[in-house]
Design a protein around this ligand. Structure first.
Ligand SMILES: Cc1cc2nc3c(=O)[nH]c(=O)nc-3n(C[C@H](O)[C@H](O)[C@H](O)COP(=O)(O)O)c2cc1C
Length: 320
């Protein structure tokens, strides 16, 4: 197995974000300084039933290493079968999702529903560890618990550690909270003090100052950033500078636009024209958020079916 510190010693991870952190966005974040990136969630059932549709979420490029594939599912036999497909892609680690709050996933007993069934969660992790190559580390991404009345992250994570997990990733909100309220960093600190394996803290890092605070107040080994990177992938470089030199400078607008243009170029080369147009509309909305004149440009972009013209509209804001 790789030396775990390569992915856990004071590293900055890009969170898995379904619909956002595809191959092109991951490359952009990696170029901006993200140390570790993870696929969007990939269905274990899907990998067996409709491999081509699911594999597109799991594939990555060599430059994205160290790279983790995130699996979700609830049937340990299906999950074990899916491991073979995953291993063929040679990821640097496997991440298992026990945090997804979405109804469609919960209904099948997967994602955060597993936090209500620790025995099943333990069985899944045991089975994965038993069948997964020893060379591949296994992380598990969890939440605080199902709801405020059943916060069980500490006991749950300790059980997963015993079952063979190598790393815990902790988004300290309950399933019921979805994305409201705050990630409970005190609980991250408590878990860190109890766990022997590395812990990745997650939730609500929106600035380099937040990043340092999450490290310092919880003692977590690494941190993971999701929404804070959408529309501003350069946050990774800012955080790295802040950690290394104690200060950081906001990137010049023109440099930011170069990153956006590269994102657009990558999306165009990897997707159909229609897909690239649609997905870049979402990203452009984030890239223009908070900029003067942004809402007018967003109206234009959501009507105009030409990606190049849309990119030029965004350019006007960044060069204005
Ligand atoms: C649009 C969106 C998609 C997400 N998709 C996933 C996913 O596929 N797998 C996962 O484990 N978490 C997923 N999450 C949760 C994030 O990985 C992360 O735990 C959460 O957003 C908290 O971190 P943040 O405050 O830095 O965004 C998603 C979150 C959002 C907002």
């Amino acid at each position: 197995m790789m030396d775990l510190s390569e992915i856990t010693a004071k590293k900055i991870w890009l969170a898995p974000l379904a619909g956002i952190t595809d191959k092109s966005f991951r490359t952009i974040c990696k170029n901006c300084g993200a140390d570790v990136v993870v696929s969007e969630m990939v269905s274990a059932d899907g990998l067996l039933l409709r491999p081509e549709a699911s594999l597109k979420y799991a594939r990555f490029t060599e430059e994205q290493r160290p790279f983790g594939i995130q699996l979700f599912g609830s049937d340990s036999e299906i999950i074990v079968k899916a491991l073979e497909v995953v291993e063929n892609l040679k990821p640097d680690f496997l991440d298992f999702n026990m945090g997804c709050p979405v109804k469609k996933v919960i209904k099948k007993g997967a994602g955060s529903a597993l936090m209500k069934d620790p025995a099943k969660a333990v069985l899944i992790i045991r089975k994965i560890r038993e069948h997964l190559s020893d060379a591949i580390p296994l992380s598990v991404k969890i939440r605080s618990g199902w709801d405020i009345f059943s916060v069980n992250a500490i006991e749950f994570a300790l059980k997963l550690e015993e079952a063979g997990a190598d790393i815990i990733i902790f988004h300290a909100r309950t399933r019921s909270q979805m994305y409201s309220g705050k990630s409970n960093w005190k609980l991250i600190a408590e878990l860190k003090s109890r766990l022997s394996i590395p812990l990745i803290g997650n939730g609500d890092v929106r600035s380099p100052e937040d990043a340092i605070e999450l490290f310092e107040t919880t003692g977590c080994d690494s941190i993971m950033i999701g929404r804070g990177a959408i529309g501003r992938p350069w946050i990774f470089q800012e955080i790295k500078d802040y950690l290394s030199y104690g200060s950081y400078r906001e990137l010049e607008q023109r440099k930011k636009f170069e990153i956006i243009a590269e994102h657009c170029r990558l999306a165009s080369s990897e997707k159909t024209e229609e897909q690239a147009l649609k997905e870049m509309r979402t990203h452009f909305a984030y890239y223009t958020k908070g900029l003067k004149g942004g809402s007018r440009i967003r109206d234009y972009i959501f009507r105009n079916p030409d990606l190049e013209e849309n990119l030029n509209k965004v350019k006007q804001l960044y060069y204005g």
